[in-house]
Design a protein around this ligand. Structure first.
Ligand SMILES: [Zn+2]
Length: 414
């Protein structure tokens, strides 16, 4: 596969190209965008001269200037689409796009599909309810731009989606990792083996699963596909994709500037471990500059076996910065627990509870699995994460099922 020029940029070339695009737009934002007029300095020589943008700033701005806030570069009649964040962390943010920025979203999907080998010959099924969340709308528009046949799975039950995938001979599946496994489970209940369907590729977002080897292998086995991870955010854009190496997610550095913030020192760097900070370079109607995504990543530079020099988030997005829990002094992300549990073929759905009992943290895990496996799961968690975890088995079908982002991690105080 031939790579685009931006995918093999050297460091200096990349920085020059990114700053050229950003700096060309700063005067317009200073003149026409009230939110950034108040934030941007008069003279900036490079990215690091610009201030960070946080979600709470955007949220407070929308509360102060309802309903869309003041991060608007153009008169409201130029805007054509509204999307919202899920609101899992605070009140939902409203994000607007113009025809031009929606076009940019579609273009941002092209490297994602290309890296997964999706072409105009594919039939892409979107197992998604098409609510206000932008992710799959933009993916749909991007697949249409690619020339693929786009099949909506909106307003369908899981069983109806399985039937639609079979009937239309869909070749590509778009959904959360959790929902891919749910589809396979529902298919089995109907006596259908999705591994024998026409599906050959799946692209997942919303959770890190497709970058967690054990989860990805399970999806690949149960659906008979090759699975890829994708990262994006309603406030920012469709920014990352996994390549043939599938050990993480590359950032599309043609359209996004990525930095990693060390949250202890406040220092932003080009790589390393910390919070992912992104600037988008094509949504000038409602831009984000140095936006603190809240996503915890380990970002590495250097060339990848796929040939790209794009920044890579090793293992995808580890979780939200505030998802991390500390169990008796050990930092744990829900994704590290998932990575272990998913390796046990006998385990279906699972749930993890962190309870603070008399000021001591206790980790408690419930798995749908045959009795007798509990000890093996607990041993693996202890061996690999260094924490003790009570594991309990329950019958298959006991725990809740999810369509969008799964909520398997719960915190309680006892
Ligand atoms: Zn790569």
């Amino acid at each position: 596969m031939a790579l685009e020029r931006f995918e093999v940029f050297g460091d200096a070339e990349r920085r020059r190209a990114q700053w050229a695009r950003l700096s060309a737009r700063l005067p317009e934002l200073q003149r026409d965008n009230p939110f950034y007029r108040a934030k941007l300095p008069n003279a900036a020589r490079d990215l690091r001269d610009l201030p960070f943008t946080t979600k709470s700033e955007l949220s407070e701005d929308q509360a102060a200037h309802p309903p869309f806030g003041s991060n608007l570069t153009y008169p409201i009649e130029r805007y054509v689409r509204l999307h919202q964040t899920s609101g899992t962390t605070g009140r939902p943010l409203r994000l607007l796009d113009t025809a031009e920025s929606w076009d940019w979203w579609r273009e941002c999907w092209q490297p994602i599909y290309r890296a997964a080998g999706v072409t105009a010959r594919d039939r892409v099924f979107f197992a998604f309810s098409f609510g206000p969340f932008v992710g799959f709308w933009s993916a749909f528009a991007g697949a249409e731009r690619l020339g693929a046949l786009c099949l909506t799975g909106g307003a369908m039950t899981t069983t109806e989606r399985v039937a639609a995938i079979m009937a239309t001979e869909a070749t590509v599946l778009m959904c959360t990792p959790t929902y891919a496994l749910r589809l396979a489970e529902a298919a089995r209940e109907e006596g259908i083996d999705l591994a024998r369907s026409a599906l050959r590729v799946s692209i997942h977002a919303g959770e890190p699963g497709a970058s967690i080897p054990a989860t990805r292998e399970r999806i690949e086995k149960e659906l008979g596909v090759e699975s890829f991870d994708h990262t994006g955010a309603t406030e920012v854009g469709a920014h990352g994709f996994s390549c043939s190496a599938r050990d993480g997610v590359h950032i599309n550095e043609s359209e996004f500037i990525a930095e990693v913030l060390d949250t202890r020192t406040g220092e932003a760097r080009d790589e390393g471990e910390g919070e992912l900070v992104l600037t988008n370079l094509g949504r000038w109607c409602m831009p984000v500059i140095r936006y603190r995504t809240g996503d915890r990543v380990t970002a590495v530079r250097g060339s990848c076996s796929c040939g790209r020099t794009l920044l890579k988030l090793a293992g995808g997005i580890a979780g939200r910065v505030d998802d991390m829990v500390t169990v008796r002094g050990v930092n744990v992300f829900p994704s590290s627990i998932e990575a272990i549990i998913r390796r046990f073929d006998e385990v279906g759905e699972y749930r993890v509870e962190l309870a603070t009992v008399r000021e001591m943290d206790e980790l408690h895990c419930t798995v749908e699995a045959p009795a007798g496996i509990a000890e093996r799961v607990a041993d693996a968690i202890h061996r690999e994460l260094g924490i003790r975890c009570k594991v309990e088995t329950v019958a298959s079908g006991t725990l809740p099922r999810f369509e969008m982002k799964a909520k398997r991690f719960h915190k309680t105080n006892v």
